[in-house]
Design a protein around this ligand. Structure first.
Ligand code: SAM
Length: 342
């Protein structure tokens, strides 16, 4: 049974654009950093701290207070606890980069959501330079946007990859390919957590260059490397015994995901593993919100094909690709891991 919608919930949805811009501006004007350093301060001190004139300060601070992002008790302001944990600069797990991706990439692209639904295509891609059919390839034309995107992916991975390292056994894996491994955030964390593990990041050439710089900076070049190319075209490296798709399978249709998993199956030895790590939608199509609200981006912008799939969708793709055993593991923040064994 889905939750009953109240008027207040509907108002928040209808004015979601304003709610997001209040949060984004709060981050960029250092409201949350200021409140973290001066909890309990009054309006005038907060206004002076963030350097706004009276009228805009009222608009911002009343907006943030009404949303519960900051809390007002008498004349004193402070960050909501979850904001203190996720929006203050320099804190591990902060979501500031993710908001940057939403502001610079998701917002302009989702303007074309209705057309994308009608045409079953990523009409929002027209906002981005280039003539390729997907966002990832087009971002290579705009390095500053590619950086915004990769910083957000790394930040999302940072909050999730410690869980992955902790919750999934890599003891019996010698050489893992991180397919679509981005700038190497997952690969570096996993290699650090598993001293016998070798990890190869398989991503596009421009992204691999960024990964190479990170790998060298972290002193991990002896066990982490890159393999540039398109994994629908280039074969997986030889001698591997596991392939991970972290935040990847949401990009494409079920047919393309199955094709990719078949390519992975063919590249693995018997007993080899494929690891799908993602936000997982419920099997009964009711949520969670984090997954359901992620799907429009894939349809309208990224590729025009994907969405956030459920556990049983992935199990179906794995079975179709030939994997016999699958194991589910639920993780916090609506994430999960599915392991398929050849
Ligand atoms: C959503 S990001 C996921 C990044 C990373 N796995 C993570 O969990 O943060 C998708 C990544 O897949 C890469 N990618 C997309 N299509 C690809 C393809 N056909 N071949 C290789 N890499 C691809 C993109 O460049 C991007 O780095």
């Amino acid at each position: 049974m889905t939750k009953v919608l109240e008027y207040d919930d509907l108002a928040l949805i209808a004015q979601g654009h304003a709610a997001f811009q209040l949060l984004w501006s709060g981050v960029n004007l250092n409201v949350f950093d200021y409140l973290s350093e001066h909890p309990g301060c009054d309006f005038e001190s907060l206004r002076a701290g963030i350097g706004l004139e009276l009228q805009p300060a009222k608009v911002l601070i009343i907006g943030l207070t009404s949303l519960g992002i900051i809390e007002k008790d008498g004349d004193s302001y402070r960050n909501a606890e979850v904001v203190e944990q996720t929006m203050v600069s320099g804190r591990p797990g902060n979501m500031r980069e993710v908001l940057g991706w939403q502001h610079h990439i998701c917002y302009p692209g989702l303007h074309y959501f209705l057309d994308s639904l009608k045409q079953n295509a990523n009409v929002g891609l027209q906002h981005f330079q280039g003539d390729e059919d997907n966002l990832y390839a087009r971002l290579a034309h705009t390095p500053e946007l590619e950086k915004v995107f990769q910083d957000a992916m790394s930040s999302l991975s940072n909050t999730a990859n410690e869980l992955l390292a902790r919750e999934v056994t890599f003891d019996d894996i010698n050489h893992l390919v991180d397919a679509g491994g981005g700038v190497g955030t997952n690969a570096i964390t996993l290699a650090k957590a598993n001293p016998n593990l070798r990890v190869t990041v398989f991503d596009s050439p421009t992204v691999c260059e960024r990964a190479n710089a990170n790998i060298a900076e972290q002193g991990m070049s002896d066990r982490v490397d890159t393999y540039p190319g398109d994994f629908f075209v280039r074969d997986f490296p030889e001698g591997i015994d596991a392939i991970m798709f972290a935040h990847m399978m949401t990009i494409w249709t079920p047919e393309k995901d199955t094709e990719l998993l078949k390519r992975a199956y063919d590249a693995l030895p018997v007993g080899g593993k494929v690891i799908i790590y993602n936000m997982m939608a419920y099997d009964d199509d009711t949520g969670p919100k984090s997954a359901a609200l992620g799907s429009p981006y894939f349809l309208a912008i990224a590729t025009g094909q994907g969405r956030l799939y459920s556990w049983q969708d992935y199990e179906g793709f794995l079975k179709e690709a030939g994997f016999s055993q699958t194991v589910r593991k639920e993780l916090p923040r609506d994430h999960g891991v599915l392991v398929g064994v050849k």
